[in-house]
Write a protein that binds this ligand. Structure first.
Ligand code: 4AD
Ligand code: MG
Length: 463
C-alpha cells in the first residue's frame, strides 16, 4: 500500500495495476445509478485523479456527503482509463471522508467564479484550479531565483523588516510602534516622545533591503535578498501592493552594463525554469485566460532586451504622435502608459532604460558626468511596465553626501551607510525585482492581487 501524491501517480506508469491510496479534495462528482466518478485533487498538480466508485459496492446513501469541496481518501487499484481526459483512474475498493463541505453553503460549490468574487474568498481560493496553478508557478519561480543566485556564488542575505531609514526616500512607510496611540508620551514641547518607544526612536517597516544589502555586498562581494517589503502609497492599481516581495541582488565591482546583463540573464533564467518545470500549470493558465501567454514567454527568452537612454526614450515618445494621458517632457517621471508604449508598440521587445534625470530617482544612484542624469536602469516588460528598478551606486563619499544634503535626508541617520564609502569603497550595482510582477507576467494574470496568496492593498487586510 502506498500513499502517493496525484502528480507522482500520473507521472509513474509502472503504478498501473497496483493498489494505492490517495487523499485530497473533491472537485466534482458525477455519474449514474451504476457508477459514480469523483474528480479528486490534492494540490500537487492541476490534474485530477478520477476515482471510479461502483455502486454495486457502495450505496448512494454512503456517497451523499462526497460533494464538491469535501476531503476524502480512497484505496484501490490504479487502472488504465477508457474515458477521455485522463490516462488512468482509481477503481475504488474503500473510500472514506475526512470532512464534508455542506453543499448549500460551500462558497466554491460552483465553477466559473470571477476573479473579483474569489478575491473576497481569499481564504478558500487556493482550492480552485486557477489559484492552485498560480501558487505552484509562484513557488517554482521562488525556487528558480534561489537557484540562479546560488549557482553564481551569491550569498543569501536577510535584511531587517523593521528599520529606521527610508531607502527610496518616498516617505511612504508604515510606522511600527508600541506607544499607546490614545495617549502617547510627550516631550516638553508637546511632540510625541519617541525615546520612550520600543526602539527608542521612530521605526517603520522597510520599503527595500538595499541599503543593508550594500553593507553585505561590500563585504561578501555579491549578495541577494528575497523578502517582504512594505509601501504605504495609496496606489490602487493592478500592479501595486502594500506588501510585496522583492529580490535585491547587490554586487561589488559591477558597473551599470554588468548590472543590465545580470538582470536580463536573471529574468530569462526564471522564465525558462518555470516553463521547463511547471509547464502543465502555465499551459492550463494560457488555455483558460491568455492564449498568447506561452508565445510571450518564449518571446522574452528569444530576444535581446533593447537598451536605450531615458533621453532617447523621451524623444521617441514625443515624436510618436500618440496621445498620452500624462504629458511627456524631459524630466517627467515615466508612467506605465509611456513604458508600455515603448515596449509594446515601438520596440515590441523588453526595454532597459538608463540615464534618468537625477531629480526623479533615489539619492544613492551614481551621478553621470553631465551633472543631470544618474546611472539608473529600469527594465520594462510587455503588459507590466517596470518589472525591475536598479542602478550603479554612487561610491564617492563626497558626491553621495552632497546629494543626501541636497535632498534634506537627515545625515545623522545615514552614518552607517556612508561608512561603506568611507572605508574601502568600491564601484557596485544592484537592482530590485518585484516578485509579484514577475509572477504576474509568467502566469498571464492581469491583477497583482491574484498572484499573492493574501494581498494587502489600501483598505484590505482581511485574511
Ligand atoms: O523601483 P523600486 O522602488 O526600487 C527599489 O526599491 C530599489 N531599492 C531596488 C534596488 O535597486 N535594490 O522597486 C523595485 C521593484 C519595481 O521595479 C517593481 O517591480 C517592484 O519592485 N515594486 C512593486 N511591486 C508591487 N507593488 C508595489 N507597490 C511595488 N513597488 C515597487
Ligand atoms: Mg522603480
Amino acid at each position: 500500500m502506498t500513499n502517493l501524491k496525484i502528480k507522482e501517480i500520473l507521472d509513474t506508469p509502472s503504478l498501473l495495476g497496483q493498489e494505492i491510496e490517495v487523499k485530497g479534495w473533491i472537485r466534482t462528482r458525477r455519474g449514474n445509478k451504476n457508477v459514480q466518478f469523483i474528480a479528486l485533487n490534492d494540490g500537487s498538480t492541476i490534474m485530477n485523479l478520477q476515482i471510479v466508485v461502483d455502486l454495486e459496492s457502495f450505496s448512494e446513501e454512503e456517497l451523499k456527503q462526497f460533494t464538491t469541496g469535501a476531503s476524502m481518501w480512497a484505496k484501490g487499484i490504479l487502472v488504465e482509463s477508457m474515458g477521455k481526459g485522463q490516462s488512468c483512474e482509481l477503481q475504488a475498493k474503500e473510500i472514506g471522508l475526512f470532512g464534508a463541505a455542506d453543499a448549500e453553503n460551500y462558497p466554491l460549490q460552483k465553477k466559473g467564479h470571477t476573479m473579483e468574487f474569489l478575491r473576497e474568498k481569499a481564504h478558500l481560493r487556493p482550492r480552485t484550479n486557477t489559484f492552485g496553478a498560480i501558487l505552484r508557478v509562484r513557488s517554482h519561480l521562488a525556487f528558480a531565483i534561489h537557484k540562479f543566485f546560488n549557482e553564481r556564488g551569491f550569498v543569501y542575505l536577510n535584511t531587517p523588516l523593521i528599520t529606521a531609514s527610508d531607502c527610496e526616500g518616498a516617505g511612504a512607510m508604515f510606522q511600527v510602534t508600541t506607544l499607546d496611540m490614545e495617549n502617547p508620551p510627550r516631550t516638553e514641547d508637546g511632540k510625541i516622545d519617541y525615546s520612550k518607544d520600543f526602539f527608542g526612536k521612530p521605526a517603520s517597516l522597510t520599503v527595500s533591503g538595499q541599503l543593508e544589502g550594500e553593507l553585505g555586498a561590500t563585504a561578501l562581494g555579491a549578495i541577494y535578498t528575497f523578502g517582504p517589503t512594505f509601501r504605504a502609497e495609496n496606489s490602487n492599481t493592478p500592479r501595486h501592493l502594500s506588501e510585496f516581495w522583492m529580490i535585491e541582488p547587490e554586487v561589488s565591482f559591477l558597473d551599470i552594463e554588468g548590472n543590465m546583463d545580470l538582470a536580463e540573464d536573471f529574468l530569462k533564467y526564471c522564465i525558462s525554469y518555470a516553463l521547463e518545470n511547471d509547464r502543465d500549470d502555465i499551459e492550463w493558465l494560457s488555455q483558460m485566460y491568455d492564449k498568447e501567454l506561452i508565445d510571450r514567454l518564449n518571446f522574452i527568452l528569444n530576444n535581446k532586451f533593447v537598451r536605450l537612454t531615458y533621453t532617447e526614450g523621451i524623444e521617441i515618445l514625443e515624436k510618436s504622435g500618440h496621445k498620452f494621458e500624462f504629458p511627456v517632457f524631459w524630466g517627467a517621471d515615466l508612467q506605465s502608459e509611456h513604458e508600455r508604449f515603448l515596449v509594446e508598440e515601438y520596440f515590441k521587445k523588453p526595454v532597459i532604460l538608463t540615464g534618468y534625470p537625477k531629480e526623479i530617482k533615489a539619492f544613492y544612484m551614481k551621478q553621470n558626468d553631465d551633472g543631470k542624469t544618474v546611472r539608473a536602469m529600469d527594465v520594462l516588460f510587455p503588459k507590466i511596465g517596470e518589472i525591475i528598478g536598479g542602478s550603479e551606486r554612487e561610491e564617492n563619499l563626497e558626491k553621495l553626501s552632497q546629494r543626501i544634503e541636497e535632498l534634506g535626508i537627515p545625515m545623522k541617520d545615514m552614518w552607517w551607510y556612508l561608512d561603506t564609502r568611507r572605508y574601502g569603497t568600491v564601484p557596485h550595482s544592484g537592482f530590485g525585482l518585484g516578485f509579484e510582477r514577475l509572477v504576474l507576467f509568467v502566469t498571464g494574470m492581469t491583477n497583482i492581487r491574484d498572484v499573492i496568496p493574501f494581498p494587502r492593498t489600501p483598505g484590505n487586510a482581511e485574511f
